[in-house]
Design a binder for this molecule. Structure first.
Ligand code: ATP
Length: 354
């Protein structure tokens, strides 16, 4: 099984290295037979090849079973016509990765505002309020005059249905509770379409306990009673914002993993950004990246019916728990003093078969 590795920018190469140390160990332990291929992207590629996403990268992603992508420092990229292509957005769009799955779980012993939080945000990923995703041609953000700026938000029945399908599948595999989060009281057509489509899909599934919550109320409720929620399905930007909130509630941005998945492809991407303020100092927390890789293995295991991939993912998740439970096993963002690379080595050493 071939996986493509794209290290990204700032802390990207550091946290991806730590994740690869864990991945190569779990590969050997579970006999996964993974083949890792690397391709240069981001600011390093811009310097060497004049573009953040050199030709052939997309083809390599298509030809791989999965992609491991470090965060990108997008704001440091030049305009697209000067070589600054958004790698993540391009891959997500071309591979039609419509589901951004972002779990937040408190980790034993890790100081957190909501230590018992355990939920999954299922975020629509291909439309919504993102200027690069709403139009066939041109940008979804434009300025009719110098003093007026407009943005178009796209919501489709099909886009809403397929993300709801994914959320229902995940809810059925957990507690069966699903919250549909929207703002249909103000955006009655767009969010109304999203809500109605999600409820229609949930009804087809049956057996789920489905509720709707307005997004602003959800922000408050997640702080007040985070344990009341299990699976949350929502539109693109609401999901992006709420998942930063839930990651922080669970202990910090460095703990928030995610995968972007479609029907045939998936990429592992930490939910946080490239954190240039701490880059190159061996202090970034690689947990989110390691756990994202674990999520990718689990997704691949489910898709290809390969139980050992799922077991390897569980082993990685448990090893991260054990590493974080040790106060000396934590990176500075969690009050520890361990470096990024040592954290990866520590997690790799804790892997085991049961
Ligand atoms: P983006 O817009 O790309 O999501 P952002 O501006 O939201 O990026 P992040 O890069 O996600 O910002 O991070 C915000 C801050 O959180 C960083 O400046 C950093 O201090 C901290 N942070 C993020 N990820 C980590 C991590 N893995 N380990 C430690 N600290 C982190």
């Amino acid at each position: 099984m071939k996986l493509l590795v794209l290290r990204g920018d700032a802390i990207g190469p550091e946290i991806v290295s730590a994740a690869l140390e864990v991945l190569t160990s779990v590969d050997a332990l579970f006999g996964l037979d993974l083949q890792l291929e690397e391709a240069p992207v981001g600011l390093a590629a811009l310097e060497q090849r004049g573009t953040t996403m050199p030709e052939g990268t997309l083809e390599k992603a298509f030809a791989s079973s999965g992609v491991i992508l470090g965060p990108q420092h997008n704001v440091a990229y030049p305009p697209a016509d000067a070589g600054g292509r958004n790698i993540s957005a391009t891959i997500r769009k071309q591979l039609d990765l419509f589901a951004n799955i972002r779990p937040s779980r408190g980790r034993p012993g890790v100081p957190a505002l909501a230590p018992d939080i355990d939920l999954v945000i299922v975020r629509e990923n291909t439309e919504g309020f993102y200027a690069d995703r709403s139009m066939a041609l041109g940008s979804g953000e434009f300025m009719p005059t110098e003093d007026v700026a407009l943005a178009v938000r796209k919501i489709t029945r099909e886009g809403s249905r397929r993300i709801a399908e994914e959320a229902c599948r995940i809810a059925a595999s957990r507690s069966g509770r699903l919250a549909v989060v929207h703002k249909a009281n103000v955006l009655s057509m767009t969010d109304g379409l999203f809500r109605d489509s999600a409820f229609a899909v949930a009804e087809e599934h049956g057996g789920l306990k489905v509720e709707e919550v307005l997004v602003d109320a959800m922000a408050a409720l997640l702080v007040r009673t985070p344990n009341a929620y299990d699976v949350i399905v929502t539109t693109n930007m609401f999901g992006d914002i709420l998942s930063d909130l839930t990651a922080e509630l669970s202990g910090g941005l460095g703990l928030g993993p995610s995968i972007n998945a479609g029907k045939d492809h998936a990429i592992a991407q930490a939910a946080h950004g490239a954190a240039p303020d701490i880059a190159g100092r061996d202090i970034a927390n690689p947990s989110a990246m390691i756990l994202s890789v674990a999520m990718l293995l689990d997704w691949l295991g489910l898709k290809h019916g390969r139980e050992e991939l799922r077991k390897a993912a569980t082993s990685m998740d448990r090893a991260v728990d054990e590493q974080l439970a040790d106060p000396d096993g934590r990176t500075p963002d969690l009050g520890g003093s361990l470096g990024t690379a040592a954290f990866g080595a520590g997690v790799a050493a804790r892997l085991r078969r049961d």
